[in-house]
Ligand binder design. Structure first.
Ligand SMILES: Cc1cc2nc3c(=O)[nH]c(=O)nc-3n(C[C@H](O)[C@H](O)[C@H](O)COP(=O)(O)O)c2cc1C
Length: 452
C-alpha cells in the first residue's frame, strides 16, 4: 500500500460489529507545527476517552479492537510495529495494517504505536499511517530481551537524547500528533524528570505504566499508582496523562482515576482475558463478565470478517485467553485448540461450537437451580466469577498472585479445582497416549505473555 492509498477514503466493507463512529480528528488543511492538535485539543478530538486498549503485540489487532470497542473501549492502540520494517517492507506493513485498520467508520479513535531507534526511520514509517489514525505513539516501555538487543522500547531509557530526537522529529515533521508510553524509574523524581523531557520533545499524551523496566515476567508485581500521581501533580494541569496498570475489574478504572488523577486508564492483560472490563457504564453481568461462548462467537465472527495476517496470527492466543477460566474444566477443548494452525477456520469453528454446546448444558443446570450464575464480591474486594464467564487472569509466582494475594486466600476453591484439573489432565494425557504417541498436545500458547 502506498502513502496515497493509505490516505484514501474508507473501503466499502464494513464489519457487522462496526462500532458507532465516535470522533474523527479534524486535521488542519496545511501542516505546520503550530496548527497541529496539542494535548487537551487532541484529547477532545478523540472524544475524551476514559477506557483505553493498550498496545499489545499480536493482540490489539483490528478484530480484537472491534470487540473491545463493542464492550466499552473508548480509544485503542495498535500493537507495536517495528518502524524500520514498516517503512521498508510493504509486505510487513500490509500484514500488520490492512485496509480496514484505522477505518473512519469502524476503527477510530486509534493510535498507532511504533518502536524505533532511528528518527528518520520512524518518520518514514509514521507517514504511512497519516489519515488512518489520530496520533502515532512511541514505545518506550518494552522490557523484553528482543528490545534490549534491538535497542528500543525501555532500553532507550539510557539515551534521553535519542528519545528526544525520536519524538521531536514526529512533532515537527509529521502531520499528526505524537504521543509516548513510558515506564517509571526507581524514584519518583527521576520519573518526573523523564516525563518532562518526553513532553518537551513534543509528546501530546503521556501514558505512564507504573512499573519499572525490571518488573517483567516473574518479577512483574503490582504497578505503583503513586508514581503516576506524583507525575500528574508536578506537571502543568493541562498535561494529558493516561494511567496504566493494576486494572482487574471495571471499578478499578474509577479507582485508578481517583488515585492517579489521570485523564484516562489503559489496560492490557485484563482486556485480553475479559473485554467487559471496559464496560464501565453497563453494570450487567453479561456486559462486565460476558459468557465465554457468546464472546468467543462474537470475536470469531469479527475475526472472520477482518481476514488478514494479523487477525489469523492472533486467533489462537485470543481463544486461549477468552477461555482461560473454562479450559481447566474442559481439557478436551484445550487439547482441540492446541494443534490448530493459523488460518484453519473450520477447526476454530468446531471449537466455538463445542464451547457453545457445553455452555448450553451449563445453563440447563443453571435454570434447574443446580448451578449458580452469579458474581460474588469476596470480603477483600476480589470476585468469584463463574468459570464460564470471562474474568481476569491472575499471574501466579511461587503461589502468590500478581495482585499480591495468595491464590488460596482469594479463591478458597482454587486448590480443589487445581486438584481436579490435574486429575483431568492426567486422564486426558493417558487417553491421548493410548491413541498415538505423537497425538495433539496442548501448546504453550495459553501461557500469558510477559508484561511488555
Ligand atoms: C500480550 C501483551 C502484549 C503487549 N505488547 C505491547 C506493545 O506492543 N507495546 C507496548 O507499549 N506495551 C505492550 N504491552 C504492555 C501493555 O501495553 C501494558 O503496558 C502492560 O501489560 C501493563 O498493563 P496491564 O497491567 O493492564 O496488563 C503488552 C502486554 C501484553 C500482555
Amino acid at each position: 500500500m502506498t502513502v496515497s492509498q493509505a490516505a484514501t477514503p474508507e473501503p466499502e466493507v464494513v464489519t457487522k460489529t462496526a462500532a458507532p463512529v465516535k470522533t474523527v480528528v479534524e486535521r488542519p488543511s496545511e501542516f505546520t507545527v503550530e496548527n497541529k492538535l496539542t494535548g487537551r485539543d487532541l484529547l477532545k478530538s478523540v472524544g475524551f476517552p476514559k477506557t483505553i486498549v493498550a498496545p499489545m503485540v499480536d493482540q490489539s489487532e483490528l478484530a480484537w479492537r472491534l470487540i473491545s470497542r463493542k464492550y466499552g473501549a473508548d480509544l485503542c492502540y495498535t500493537p507495536m510495529f517495528h518502524a524500520r520494517l514498516f517503512g521498508e517492507d510493504k509486505r510487513y506493513r500490509e500484514d500488520q495494517f490492512g485496509p480496514l485498520d484505522g477505518d473512519a467508520n469502524v476503527d477510530r479513535p486509534l493510535i498507532v504505536q511504533f518502536c524505533a531507534n532511528d528518527p528518520e526511520e520512524l518518520l518514514k514509517a509514521a507517514k504511512y499511517v497519516v489519515g488512518r489514525c489520530d496520533a502515532v505513539d512511541l514505545n518506550l516501555g518494552c522490557p523484553q530481551g528482543i528490545a534490549k538487543k534491538g535497542k528500543y522500547g525501555a532500553f532507550l531509557m539510557e539515551d534521553w537524547d535519542l528519545i528526544y530526537r525520536l519524538i521531536n522529529i514526529l512533532h515537527t515533521k509529521l502531520e499528526i500528533p505524537v504521543t509516548a508510553k513510558i515506564r517509571i524509574y526507581e524514584t519518583k523524581e527521576k520519573t518526573l524528570e523523564y516525563a518532562k523531557m518526553v513532553l518537551s520533545a513534543g509528546a501530546q499524551f503521556l501514558t505512564v505504566h507504573g512499573r519499572t523496566r525490571e518488573m517483567k515476567g516473574q518479577l512483574t508485581g503490582l504497578a505503583d499508582w503513586s508514581y503516576i500521581r506524583y507525575v500528574r501533580d508536578n506537571l502543568p494541569p493541562d498535561t494529558v496523562i493516561f494511567a496504566n496498570g493494576n486494572v482487574l475489574y471495571s471499578e478499578d478504572i474509577d479507582r485508578s482515576l481517583e488515585a492517579t488523577k489521570a485523564d484516562a486508564v489503559m489496560s492490557a492483560e485484563s482486556n485480553l482475558y475479559n473485554p467487559g472490563v471496559f464496560n464501565v457504564n453497563k453494570p450487567g453481568i453479561d456486559d462486565q463478565f460476558p459468557r465465554v461462548d457468546k464472546l468467543l462467537r462474537e470475536y470469531f465472527e469479527t475475526a472472520k470478517s477482518t481476514p488478514g495476517n494479523a487477525s489469523q496470527t492472533s486467533m489462537k492466543s485470543h481463544f486461549f485467553k477468552v477461555l482461560q477460566s473454562f479450559l481447566p474444566k474442559h481439557l478436551n477443548i484445550r487439547n482441540a485448540i492446541g494443534p490448530i494452525r493459523k488460518g484453519q477456520y473450520d477447526q476454530f469453528e468446531d471449537v466455538v461450537k463445542q464451547v457453545e454446546e457445553i455452555v448450553e448444558g451449563i445453563y440447563e443446570k443453571v435454570n434447574k437451580g443446580e448451578l449458580e450464575d452469579k458474581v460474588i464480591t469476596l470480603p477483600d474486594g476480589y470476585k468469584s466469577v463463574p468459570y464460564w464467564r470471562c474474568q481476569p487472569y491472575f499471574r501466579v509466582v511461587n503461589g502468590v498472585l500478581s495482585n499480591g494475594k495468595r491464590k488460596a486466600d482469594v479463591d478458597p476453591e482454587a486448590a480443589q479445582r487445581k486438584k481436579e484439573a490435574k486429575l483431568e489432565k492426567e486422564k486426558a494425557a493417558a487417553a491421548l497416549a493410548s491413541l498415538s504417541s505423537d497425538g495433539p498436545q496442548p501448546t504453550g500458547d495459553e501461557a500469558p505473555e510477559p508484561s511488555n
